[in-house]
Write a protein that binds this ligand. Structure first.
Ligand code: C2E
Ligand code: CA
Ligand code: CA
Length: 640
């Protein structure tokens, strides 16, 4: 039967096109891409050799055909071991653990020896005088080696099954199925010459699916994109390897984009990209338009990694950018994250970047390098953020109550409800920490609901009114106040628990007015009309807009601890305090002073005519049982 060369011709067309395309646009900085390119070349060489073997006999000397036959066998024989290396590279991207493959490569090396000596020994094949190919007596050995190679790939595939991405597993499976079918066809119908065509099909399928770098590269910088970086890190996280990921984020990217437009800004960012890329031995990724990441390619690239980190010194980098006339004032944050210690998964890493992005930068600062302590704080913040979302459901929240002292009645008359959070993972977290995080991620609404319900339930069941508690303060955050239905939601809970609205007092800070003054005013007016007392919290910490304060339905102003701290030692602190108290009195507001810690402070404030006191000198925050006991110990109820 005449050999059929047309499968080889097709394979030649497919493979040469794919290899050409690879060089033009399918490159990516993964070892698996280099191995894949080598496989494509082997398939091409094997195809060309096969064509020569079948077209040239009779036209060229036999030694030429000997060479092309040897070449064909060598290229064919290396294809499956390369696929084994490829599968290995999916889990060991730097191939640092290549020694594990050596036992699987021994038979392939042995077959290479047989191929190269076959010219003399005729063991695998021999050529007759016309240069026509004939199978040798030991050709079955090659099939044995091929079977062994398949086994090696299957073992590697099964062992790394969970680590290899599903798309890749399927492609490798299809590769094996197609090439195995071709080997059988070739065994039974040697004239069909279908093996190279099968290889070309496999290469094409790979390039269109798992080897398509467009899926993993960022178009504008040529760096890995989020998917690519995640692919790169996934096996490292899975194997719990220790490694470092550096990051650099352009903090004001979105503001700059508004000013310069996307195209102009991207061309400026190109300076940053080229600055990073001048450090070889490092893999770069651009996860978002404003976020770059890098990690050392392997242990050998330690020096370039160290150099890169040194060059990322805030001042050096800014000088570099200025020298290159980047032309825009970029503000950057940078740092190094130790994985898996500080981020145990790709998701956790992204979470840290997200947190870092939200860290405020100091005024006028252009670059901010996060220290390991900063990273630890981010990690804790991230953990708190996760915990606070489910805090109500997980029963991690509780309320404590700090009594408020009425100086005229000489007894405690009310209390402020303060929230506490305790989880196994975080231990107890200060509200100063978790409330801000809950405000950022929106969980505060659930937290406030919890506070209002807990307080109402407590008021209802303990009948504190009868014990002389005139009202209970609940803290509302600026986010709560901006909700259009805040007042109706609060009043609904208050009514559901059959609590008098007059028993509730809402504490709000000045910041609540800053963003949405209208809805805040509407909420407060409705609450006030229903009987809820409104108190201004933390007076003295912000830039008070007195005009606006006068227009709010405020009953009591709470002076912040910072105004009290130095009244006994500083004349100017006393002047501020005296004037503030007298101004509030003239505005017809009651004055509550927070954070009173000593008798001296208390005596001085009494002399100014302050109405209510709250502070460690009088009482610390306590749980519900102790608050009840405290009020029980005071005999007569007092009018507010
Ligand atoms: P805040 O509303 O100003 O509450 C007063 C804080 O000062 C409380 O801290 C209280 O324990 C503390 N404090 C009271 N007297 C003294 C004193 O004499 N000396 C000192 N050094 N501190 C004193 P806490 O409980 O840690 O709360 C911190 C902040 O967290 C609160 O400040 C408030 O802004 C927020 N917060 C607490 N609970 C809630 C809540 O249920 N909802 C909202 N939105 N915020 C809350
Ligand atoms: Ca408060
Ligand atoms: Ca306060």
């Amino acid at each position: 039967m005449q050999p059929n060369i047309w499968f080889n011709v097709c394979a030649l067309c497919i493979l040469s096109t794919l290899i050409g395309l690879y060089y033009v646009k399918f490159k990516a900085p993964f070892k698996k891409y280099y191995i894949f390119l080598a496989m494509s070349w082997m398939a091409l060489v094997s195809t060309v050799a096969s064509l020569c073997n079948n077209v040239l006999p009779g036209h060229v000397p036999v030694w030429v055909l000997q060479i092309s036959n040897c070449t064909y066998f060598v290229a064919q024989g290396m294809l499956l071991p390369s696929l084994l290396l490829y599968v290995h590279s999916l889990t060991d991207h730097s191939l640092s653990d290549w020694k594990r493959l050596v036992p699987w490569m021994v038979p392939a090396a042995f077959s290479m020896l047989l191929i190269l000596t076959s010219w003399y020994s005729d063991s695998l094949f021999w050529l007759d005088d016309g240069g026509v190919y004939h199978r040798g007596s030991m050709i079955w050995l090659l099939y044995l080696v091929t079977a062994f190679d398949y086994l090696g790939i299957l073992v590697r595939l099964v062992r790394s099954w969970r680590v290899i991405a599903p798309g890749e597993r399927e492609s490798i499976g299809i590769f094996l199925a197609i090439s195995l079918t071709a080997v059988f066809l070739q065994l039974v119908f040697p004239w069909l010459l279908v093996e190279n065509f099968a290889s070309a099909l496999c290469v094409m399928m790979f390039q269109l699916t798992v080897q398509n770098p467009e899926l993993i590269l960022d178009g504008s910088s040529g760096m890995l994109n989020k998917q690519g970086f995640s692919n790169l890190l996934a096996p490292m996280f899975d194997q719990c390897r220790s490694f470092q990921v550096g990051f650099l984020m352009v903090d004001n990217y979105h503001e700059l984009e508004k000013v310069y437009g996307y195209t102009r800004l991207e061309s400026r960012i190109g300076v940053l990209v080229s600055f990073l890329k001048q450090h070889p031995g490092v893999v770069y990724a651009r996860l978002d338009s404003d976020l770059f990441c890098f990690l050392p390619e392997n242990q050998q690239s330690d020096q370039s990694w160290t150099n890169l980190l040194q060059d990322l010194d805030e001042d050096d980098l800014m000088t570099h950018l200025r020298r290159r006339r980047i032309g825009v004032r970029v503000q950057m944050k940078m740092g190094v994250i130790n994985c898996p210690k500080e981020a145990e998964s790709f998701g956790a890493l992204l979470g840290l970047f997200d947190m870092a992005a939200r860290l405020p930068m100091a005024n006028g600062q252009d670059a901010f390098r996060l220290s390991p302590v900063d990273v630890q704080n981010l990690r804790r913040r991230k953990l708190i953020e996760e915990q606070v979302r489910s805090a109500v459901k997980d029963n991690s929240l509780s309320m404590v109550y700090q009594p408020i002292y009425d100086i005229r009645a000489k007894r405690f008359c009310s209390a402020e409800a303060l929230m506490r959070m305790y989880t196994e993972k975080t231990g107890s977290v200060s509200p100063a920490e978790f409330i801000r995080i809950a405000e950022d991620n929106g969980a505060i609404l659930k937290l406030t609901r919890f506070a209002v319900e807990t307080v109402c339930r407590f008021l209802r069941t303990a009948e504190l009114e009868k014990l002389g508690l005139n009202w209970m303060n609940i803290n509302l955050s600026a986010v709560d106040c901006a909700q259009e239905n805040l007042s109706s939601r609060m009043l609904e809970i208050i009514h559901n628990y059959q609590v008098e609205p007059g028993m509730i007092s809402a504490e709000i800070t000045e910041t609540a007015f800053t963003n949405m003054p209208d809805s805040v005013l509407a909420n407060l007016t409705e609450l006030s009309r229903a009987g809820v007392t409104i108190m201004l919290d933390d007076y003295g910490t912000g830039y008070s807009n007195l005009n606006r304060l006068c227009s709010m339905p405020l009953d009591v102003v709470k002076l912040d601890k910072s105004l009290v701290d130095h009244v006994c030692t500083s004349e100017s602190a006393r002047i501020v305090m005296e004037n503030t108290v007298s101004m509030m009195k003239r505005l017809n507001k009651k004055v509550l002073v927070e954070g009173v810690e000593t008798k001296e402070q208390s005596d001085y404030l009494i002399s100014l005519g302050v109405d209510y006191f709250q502070g460690y000198y009088y009482a610390r925050p306590m749980d519900a049982v102790h608050l009840e006991e405290l009020f029980q110990s005071q005999l007569e109820p007092v009018a507010p």
